[in-house]
Ligand binder design. Structure first.
Ligand code: SF4
Length: 498
């Protein structure tokens, strides 16, 4: 039995929700599965943490072999301090039944400082809380800290040549803020220990906005299982506060909301579609949207990745690096459908060749249809900034963009199958059921980014070929989906008004 009850992560969990803390400690296996993209975020944090250690070279790493051996790390930390060691990575401490491990512990000019590394661009309230807990435990365990710093990634850093670690990372003292939270931390630890002594799951905690902030809770599969499909929480475009307001008034399913409730049209349409169990189409609005499109039409979709640590010359942390596009082209409504695609080779900066190929492939006149224009526009604007020689041509392409998401965001075409969402993945099953993302290996843009980033260090040729095929199939699906959706919209536009 470990001689601590809480850890940094369980403490933070308890601040969000005491029920989540209780379930985590007693019903760990009921946690929802961690998604591929969530795991990638965790891995990114670990990688940045390891890189930040090079700011303090020569330390001793006491990371345990498994999470169950942190007590040994705490003993080893004490031993190393007693031996006069001055830099310790993952230094562990126990106090007030709470265990913490700080990324880097350093003795500078005879005084100890702790450094916690975050892969983010700024310091959130949760990071301050977690630093305050570490400060409380380390001082309480007997090592008086002279200062406590959070190191995070500097958003203004631009890479020129080799990575400059001193410029890449920003160091912020949070000691004063941590001291101010001393009493809160003490009270919260007591509260959490009381909760964990209880024989049963806390019954007085129900679902609420706290389930989503600061993190999406991983026990939603347990606590939310009584919420049916097409509930008030599926209302697309509605703020969480309003959803919970309806829920607390006793409305769980959308169809239970009384007709006289004062709601904007985008919500009324969703309720009407559920009540009638049918597709609601504003044919005039659909026709008006289609009138804004002029053949020839390009259907375009980009994929990008965002390395926390810039890997290319002139790029900054979390720079959107476009690496792939798919382009379908139709010269006329009944014309032949052509497909063009580009996927960068991993290992070198793809941006310039991406821009060159894109401009060449879209050189003929015609509207460029995308789904949610902000992303494609941002990529093109960034390319215009980074490569002034393409600026005018990229501005021309930006001016030709038309956004296919607009009629779906306005609910001019809405099916109950969309469950409130107007994402491409959500609307496709309702409009083109024979096209299925589920049949692909890569099913979403986040996974595509992570997979491409992983190719930077992949040496297995078969794995590279297989992954590239999967990326091409995914991106092609996005633009083919847009082609087919336009066909569906064209087929309904002249059937009379709603
Ligand atoms: S789903 Fe919500 S109520 Fe349930 S444990 Fe998580 S935060 Fe608490």
């Amino acid at each position: 039995m470990a001689n601590y009850i809480l850890t940094k992560s369980s403490f933070v969990r308890g601040v969000q929700c005491q029920k989540s803390l209780y379930l985590y400690k007693n019903y760990y296996k009921q946690r929802d599965a961690v998604s591929y993209s969530q795991q990638a975020v965790f891995n990114r944090g670990t990688n940045v943490g390891v890189l930040a250690r090079t700011l303090f070279l020569g330390g001793i790493d006491v990371t345990p072999e498994s999470i169950f051996k942190y007590e040994e790390s705490a003993k080893r930390t004490q031993q190393l301090i007693a031996e006069g060691k001055e830099i310790i990575y993952e230094a562990a401490f126990i106090f007030d039944d709470t265990l913490v491990a700080v990324d880097i512990l350093v003795k500078e000019n005879g005084a100890w400082s702790a450094y916690e590394v975050k892969s983010s661009l700024s310091i959130s309230e949760t990071y301050l809380m977690d630093a305050a807990l570490q400060y409380y435990v380390i001082n309480g365990s007997g090592l008086m800290l002279d200062d406590f710093f959070i190191i995070h990634v500097n958003r203004d850093y631009i890479r020129h040549g080799a990575i400059d670690l001193k410029q890449l990372f920003t160091r912020v003292s949070v000691k004063k803020l941590a001291e101010k939270k001393h009493q809160y931390i003490q009270a919260q630890i007591l509260h959490s220990k009381d909760t964990l002594k209880k024989p049963e799951i806390p019954q007085n905690i129900t679902i609420g906005e706290h389930c989503f902030a600061p993190y999406a809770c991983d026990f939603m599969g347990t606590c939310w299982k009584h919420i049916p499909a097409n509930s008030v929480f599926d209302m697309g475009g509605m703020r969480k506060a309003m959803m919970f307001d309806l829920y607390r008034q006793g409305y769980v399913k959308m169809e239970e909301i009384p007709d006289e409730t004062d709601l904007p049209d985008v919500f009324r349409i969703q309720i009407e579609a559920i009540k009638k169990n049918e597709v609601i189409i504003n044919r005039k609005a659909v026709a008006d949207f289609l009138k804004t499109l002029h053949y020839p039409l390009y259907f375009l979709d980009f994929e990008s990745f965002m390395p926390a640590v810039p890997i290319y010359e002139g790029s900054h942390p979390y720079h959107h690096i476009p690496f792939q596009y798919s382009l379908h082209y139709k010269a006329a409504k009944d014309g032949e459908l052509r497909h063009i695609e580009y996927l960068a080779e991993a290992g070198s900066d793809p941006r310039k060749i991406f821009a060159e190929r894109l401009l060449k492939d879209t050189r003929l006149p015609g509207d460029i249809i995308v789904y949610n224009k902000d992303f494609e526009k941002k990529i093109m604007k960034d390319l215009a900034h980074d490569f002034p020689e393409f600026r005018d041509a990229l501005r021309d392409r930006i001016a030709r963009i038309k956004d296919l998401a607009v009629p779906f965001a306005k609910k001019d075409y809405y099916s109950p199958l969309m469950r409130g969402s107007n994402s491409l993945k959500a609307i496709l099953p309702a409009l083109v059921p024979d096209l299925k993302y589920e049949e692909l290996i890569i099913k979403d843009g986040n996974t595509a980014s992570i997979v491409f980033e992983s190719l930077q260090t992949e040496s297995d040729l078969f794995k590279i070929i297989e992954t590239r095929d999967q990326l091409l199939a995914y991106c092609k699906m996005d633009t083919l989906a847009m082609v087919r959706i336009i066909e569906v919209l064209e087929s309904v536009k002249n059937d009379g008004n709603k």
